[in-house]
Design a binder for this molecule. Structure first.
Ligand code: UDP
Length: 382
């Protein structure tokens, strides 16, 4: 009855489902544990009519023309250049740290000298990871690096990961490099913005295809039996011989038999204010104070006009697997990656069984990279 079963309806599962259904003519069954589709991109209006992202801010950005075109079939865009500021003492500093930030910190005169040094060393427009900047021998460059490290990265990273910037995968802090230009935008990509009517309608359209059946409120564990020793998957008690794409946490697929894969989770505290503005910015990062990492004010992300406003504060924690907790970020390091590999090896024993996504691949994907990977995987499954 079905050619493919996909577990999880985030961007990985949804994009793969669409390609398999549409381009390959496959009958797809999409299983989703939650009551809604869209994974952590899920958004919708809160009780005050403000469009919010229920799992924290998601901003689409890409330099990948093909992905942009593909997603544009399912949504129009509210195009805007996302900007972030960091609350440092009484200042709101542009992040990523750039030449505007340099001026605010050092004043025009000193900044002009430092700017020349930065441009001479890295070139105008360069994007320099903080850990790379810290390796510089020049005293002035070292001083800038120390300032940025102390005021932008150290405490935010301690809150977010429970570890210092040196202890985590360098690619993580490399996502927010020091930018040698006057561009205050958080991302350097050509296309950036929001689905005009929200992410959820974009996902609804993506999954609206006669070959796709979506079952929400369905834990895959209740309908699928995975037997890697026999190399079999059973669906409702019957052997299933088609393609399976799994986008959930890979350790849970195998009952965490080698131990839990470590993840970071978040608690989101939403607050509503009966006034038009709370912070005047879409995102303020708290890089030196507070227990939360950042405050998002949704109307500035979505462009919504309203007399009142809703914000969310993010509090990071270690994921324990307790009921209701959601794993958001894989903590990639040598030890955890090795543990991941043990689970991936089990999955590899199953025929035509594919791990896809942040949780199943234990990776830090952005929306665009995830869509690209899902589309490529689905196209490869002929
Ligand atoms: N980061 C930081 N200070 C900031 C912004 C980011 O220390 O003001 C570090 C932190 O370790 C964070 C990483 O850079 O986890 C990546 O930031 P990004 O904004 O990409 O994280 P996401 O939005 O995916 O949570």
């Amino acid at each position: 009855m079905y050619d493919c079963i996909i577990i999880g309806s985030g961007i990985a599962g949804a994009a793969a489902a669409r390609v398999l259904a549409e381009e390959q003519g496959k009958k797809v069954l999409l299983l989703e544990k939650k009551h809604h589709i869209g994974g952590n991109c899920y958004d919708g209006k809160d009780e005050y009519g403000i469009l919010v992202h229920w799992y924290g801010p998601h901003i689409f950005h890409t330099g990948n023309e093909e992905v942009y075109e593909w997603l544009s079939r399912f949504t129009e865009w509210y195009a805007f250049g996302h900007e972030v500021v960091a609350r440092v003492g009484d200042k709101l500093l542009p992040v990523p740290f750039n030449l505007n930030t340099l001026k605010m910190v050092y004043g025009e005169e000193k900044a002009a000298v430092l700017e020349k040094k930065l441009v001479d060393t890295f070139g105008f427009g360069a994007r320099v990871p903080i850990l790379k900047l810290r390796e510089q021998q020049d005293q002035d460059l070292r001083a800038i690096a120390d300032f940025v490290y102390e005021n932008v990265f150290l405490r935010y990273t301690m809150k977010q990961w429970g570890q210092t910037p040196e202890e985590i995968d360098p690619a993580v802090t490399g996502r927010v490099p020091v930018v040698i230009s006057y561009d205050n935008r958080y991302f350097g990509d050509k296309y950036q913005g929001m689905p005009l009517h929200g992410f959820t309608p974009m996902f609804e359209k993506m999954l609206d295809h006669p070959n796709i059946e979506v079952r929400t409120n369905t834990n895959a564990k209740d309908v699928l039996v995975i037997s890697e020793d026999e190399g079999k998957v059973l669906l409702d008690g019957q052997e299933f011989a088609g393609t399976v794409i799994y986008t959930g946490p890979v350790d849970e697929l195998f009952d965490c038999r080698f131990g839990r894969l470590p993840y970071r989770t978040l608690r989101f505290d939403f607050e509503h204010y009966d006034r038009p503005d709370y912070q005047g910015h879409s995102v303020v990062n708290y890089t030196v104070s507070e227990d939360y990492t950042r405050i998002t004010e949704f109307k500035y992300l979505t462009g919504q006009k309203a007399d009142s406003t809703t914000i969310v504060k993010e509090y990071p924690f270690a994921y324990t697997g307790a009921e209701g907790e959601i794993p958001y970020y894989a903590i990639m390091n040598e030890e955890n990656n090795a543990l991941y590999q043990k689970y991936a090896d089990l999955a590899a024993k199953l025929p035509d069984f594919h791990l896809l996504g942040r949780l199943a691949e234990y990776k830090y994907y952005n929306i665009d990279a995830m869509a690209a990977r899902a589309i490529a995987l689905a196209r490869s499954l002929v």
